[in-house]
Design a binder for this molecule. Structure first.
Ligand code: NAI
Ligand code: MG
Length: 500
């Protein structure tokens, strides 16, 4: 679906774009009951885009009631699978029809490049919805192998009211990861986009209605974490929270569940993923290129970014030289220019957080091999240079904590045992990669890595709906994507029948 964009096409579309600002409940756009709003800033230039209705507790009440009522009527939850399939396929068509507008909304809202939104996020989102639409009339339930005199059916049912609390790094795409599997299984969903990037989430509500989704089945509550997100996660009538974001908030969601109704919690919480490079690889130029992409793509604001380079000692200097060279072509540019590789950092506080990590790295003895500076200050926006920290040891803060910016920490190793030990010495376990020509090394390292996704001789080149994504350890609970994600949104019912 790669398409060619020009500055002219983008400018023309930008002049037409409306910036949505409402809450969406029970099929209608409305203002917050309190009249409260919050400022939505574009990191491209630091300017106000619009004021967005800020969902408070009373708005959450309305949305949960609308979701619950729609669920209980069965208008969606008990509708034919073939019907649900048609609606989601129509939704995918509408996403495709509005692809440039949605790409622009995400780019303007959170600063990633238009090339990324238009040629990656949108096609992937559309594919994801199509995949879930197509799966629903092809899954069968089970009959258990019980004694002859009984029949036991094991069936799956929607869990009920789902709250999707999502982050800003892929505003539409990460929402879609919850929307597809939650809706296709018959649930009613309340989406809480990140306060940094609510535009596309608000806009797709009307597309879902146009596709034929009944009122109340999909609601959108723009707002913050402590008020809007917490009210949802603490709500006694929400059956499941599906969350993507920081580990810190992931742990809060688990507490809210425990303090309220023991709602199911699915978490995708980031990482500090090792990218292990062995000296025996026969094309280190290629490896360097892919390794740079793994940390500098999407401004490094990626949960599965290859943020720790675990590099064999004898090639370290040579390899870092290659990376420095490549990073020169990855400098931040105007996110609305289709030629830009890197865009803006989501907001001022994230920019400061990144810069503070680099300072902390230096203070702990790491060496800045390239980058380490705020960039494009005259735009008024928030940009950071691709940065490589050399001589990092795995106990430094820059090796342990998720920076969520374009900062690579390089750590050297002697042999495969040490590579594996350093790689697994982290509280996270989302992704990991190993580059080697030796099939034994590749398999032994891959088996030893405690991570949900392991890449051999690639780094996440094909994020694909068919492959589960999620983490070991503190990277999360449950999986997004593939048929595994359906389990987040389904209850298992055993029905026993005594035959007479
Ligand atoms: P966050 O975890 O605070 O935000 C994610 C979502 O959770 C947002 O919708 C937010 O409104 C909501 N939220 C925040 N506090 C909440 C609460 N108490 N109850 C319910 N919902 C709440 O992430 P933030 O502050 O935007 O970024 C901080 C760091 O988190 C980043 O620097 C990065 O390290 C990590 N992060 C990881 C992501 C991932 O994909 N795993 C995505 C975004 C951030
Ligand atoms: Mg924004």
């Amino acid at each position: 679906m790669e398409n060619f964009l020009t500055k002219q096409i983008i400018q023309k579309e930008k002049e037409k774009v409306n910036y949505p600002d409402k809450i969406f409940i029970n099929g209608n756009y409305q203002n917050s009951i309190s009249g409260k709003t919050f400022d939505n800033i574009s990191p491209i230039d630091g300017k106000l885009i619009n004021k967005i209705n800020f969902s408070q507790k009373e708005d959450v009440e309305l949305a949960v009631k609308s979701a619950r009522d729609s669920f209980e009527t069965g208008v969606w939850s008990r509708s034919d699978p073939s019907h649900r399939k048609k609606v989601l396929l129509r939704f995918a068509e509408l996403l495709d029809k509005n692809r440039l507008e949605l790409s622009l909304l995400d780019t303007i809202d959170m600063g990633k490049t238009i090339n990324d939104t238009y040629n990656s996020d949108l096609p992937a989102s559309i594919d994801n919805i199509r995949w879930y639409a197509e799966i629903v009339d092809k899954i069968y339930d089970d009959i258990a192998p019980t004694p002859h005199s009984t029949l036991a059916m094991i069936t799956k049912e929607p869990i009920g009211v789902v709250a999707g609390i999502v982050p800003w790094n892929y505003p539409l795409w990460m929402a879609i990861w919850k929307i597809g599997p939650a809706l296709i299984t018959g649930n009613s969903l309340i989406l809480k986009p990140a306060e940094q990037s609510p535009l596309s989430a608000i806009r797709i509500a009307e597309l879902l209605m146009e596709a034929g989704l009944p009122e109340g089945v999909f609601n959108v509550l723009p707002g913050d974490g402590p008020i809007t997100g917490k009210s949802l996660a603490m709500h006694h009538d929400v059956d499941c929270v599906a969350f993507t974001g920081s580990g810190e908030v992931g742990k809060l969601i688990l507490q809210y569940s425990g303090k309220s109704n023991m709602k199911r919690v699915q978490l995708e919480c980031g990482g500090k993923s090792p990218n292990i490079v062995f000296a025996d690889h026969d094309n280190l130029d290629f490896v360097a290129e892919k390794s740079a992409y793994a940390i500098f793509g999407n401004q490094g604001e990626v949960c599965s970014a290859g943020s720790r380079l675990i590099i064999q000692k004898e090639i370290k200097n040579e390899f870092i030289k290659k990376l420095i060279q490549i990073s020169k072509n990855m400098m931040p540019g105007d996110p609305l220019d289709p030629q830009s590789f890197m865009g803006a950092i989501v907001d001022k506080s994230q920019l400061e957080k990144i810069d503070n990590y680099v300072i902390s790295g230096k203070n702990e003895g790491a060496k800045v091999a390239v980058g380490g500076k705020v960039d494009r200050i005259n735009t008024g926006g928030y940009y950071y240079e691709p940065t490589i920290l050399d001589d990092v040891s795995n106990d430094m803060k820059v090796a342990r904590e998720e920076i969520f910016g374009p900062v690579l920490s390089a750590i050297s190793f002697k042999d495969p045992q040490e590579a594996l030990r350093i790689s697994n010495d982290t509280e996270y376990g989302l992704a990991a990669a190993v580059w080697t020509n030796n099939i034994n090394t590749a398999h032994l390292i891959a088996k030893g890595l405690r991570a949900g996704s392991v890449y051999i001789n690639n780094y996440e080149e094909d994020v694909d709906t068919t492959i589960p994504a999620g983490g070991y350890k503190q990277s999360g609970i449950g999986r997004d994507n593939s048929y595994h994600a359906l389990d987040n949104y389904l209850q298992v019912k055993s029905t026993w029948i005594k035959l007479r």
